[in-house]
Ligand binder design. Sequence first.
Ligand SMILES: Cc1cc2nc3c(=O)[nH]c(=O)nc-3n(C[C@H](O)[C@H](O)[C@H](O)COP(=O)(O)OP(=O)(O)OC[C@H]3O[C@@H](n4cnc5c(N)ncnc54)[C@H](O)[C@@H]3O)c2cc1C
Length: 518
Amino acid sequence: MHTDVLVIGSGISGLSYVIKMSERHPDLQIVLLSKRNLLESNTRYAQGGIAVVSDFELDSFEKHVSDTLIAGDGLCNPSVVDFVVREGPARLQELIDWGTSFDQKSDELHLEKEGGHSASRIVHHKDQSGYEIQKSLIAQVRKLKNVTILENHVLVDLITDHHMSQSAFNRCYGAYLISIKDESTIKITAKITVLSTGGGGQVYAHTTNPKGATGDGIGAAYRAKVTINHLQYVQFHPTAFYPKVKGNTFLISEAVRGAGGKLITKSRNRFMSQYDSRAELASRDIVARSIAIELKKSGDECVFLDCTHFTKNDFKKRFPTIYNTCKKAGFNPENQPIPVVPAAHYFCGGVQVDPNSKTSLDGLYAIGECSSTRLHGANRLASNSLLEALVYSHRAVLASYEELSKIDIPSHFFTTIPDWNDAFTVSSKESKLVDSLCKEIQETMSSCVGIFKSSDSLLTAEKKLNTLFNQVVQWYNQNKLTPRLCELRNLVSVSYLIVKQSQQTTENKGVFYNHDNE
Ligand SMILES: Cc1cc2nc3c(=O)[nH]c(=O)nc-3n(C[C@H](O)[C@H](O)[C@H](O)COP(=O)(O)OP(=O)(O)OC[C@H]3O[C@@H](n4cnc5c(N)ncnc54)[C@H](O)[C@@H]3O)c2cc1C
């Protein structure tokens, strides 16, 4: 298959890129790829909403910029923060025009407050903001005539000069994919390739991210020798529901603390004000670290988020999904504190991009959570991620269209790109080993590369991951490719990169904390 633009990933970043590119340039052919169905993504699970300045009486761009810079602990790029915040209202309006509905109060957008924000500015749809966004964007995408949708196909590798017998134009030419249904491999050549594959929380045993968040775009970009940075800044969300729900970790949104939820220990001690004057509304790095310290001191398995003082039925009305999930697990947030623990949540780093979403490889763009824009610095401010995805997908549309109009590659060149080569490999039904290697990676990362690290724990992780990496490579070289094997390859590479970049970090900032840097 050959196309003008290949978009890999159907979360908020990929979908909004596709809609805008298609509407502006209906003459282009676009392929949109999704690992599962179009809906499944991190975006779908976002609860809180999007941080956008909307009330210019009580809020301002300057306040949002300042809050983002403070949360980022000195590592944000101030000019990036400035344009992302200022472009927010226009991007939000597009989302509304595409059919996304947000909660209103007296004809105005209803705004929530979250940790680290000095004003109420989170635009939301109850506690299901991401689901509402995904649904409306998918409905738009399905109307587009020049977009081919490929669900249940997994990115294997980016196609670069490395796959050619002789070096050609030194750029990205599309990707190899594998079908989940029949495990056949497919080559899609493209003039422009966009990575919108989301984060990789699944490198940890406890994560708020869904099963598909295995860092595939970052892994593939790394193999293509594209620059990856800031991976050591993995944000842990302070309040994941302690019991797993159907084997998954369920998030209790930051907006619950914004609405007045108090963090207490098992012995009912409200502890956050000992760590930060903003108490429960300190930024995530501080709250997650404080909880980890309290748990270490007490030996308890979890702390509690107390909302029992909310006005009757207020919790249920404002946070219906959280209420129902807690109730199903046997907890009623209206009269019982909710048990919570921190869990891996968000990659502040990823594939390095410039302000136009361009990576270090021509023809390759990265948008959304898989990218590293330096908006978040060392710690993402709550609800800035969906905003970043919208702003950078817009910029990617402009820049990639300009690049497209200048590309001078003869079309017969694409026909010379070889198919996927799986010679000398054999089919194996032995998926148990792949699953157990994934589990070992996750356990290593959780025990050695968590909220608190030390030089020794990083060295232990490096050694274990080296051994695991060799096992994965051996398995990969001998066995026919499967979607799960692709994920395993990415999990081990991304974990290894997190460890290596952590070892090179000598200063504790934001979410990064190594005891030996104290
Ligand atoms: C529980 C939860 C709550 C959150 N709440 C908020 C919030 O309130 N506000 C906020 O700003 N942020 C929030 N975040 C973060 C935010 O949701 C994500 O950072 C954002 O949605 C990422 O969007 P994306 O488009 O980059 O990627 P995603 O939405 O993760 O989409 C990635 C896409 O790539 C596809 N993909 C992945 N690998 C492959 C592959 N190998 N081949 C093909 N396709 C692939 C996936 O199938 C998916 O379609 C939350 C995250 C979680 C997990």
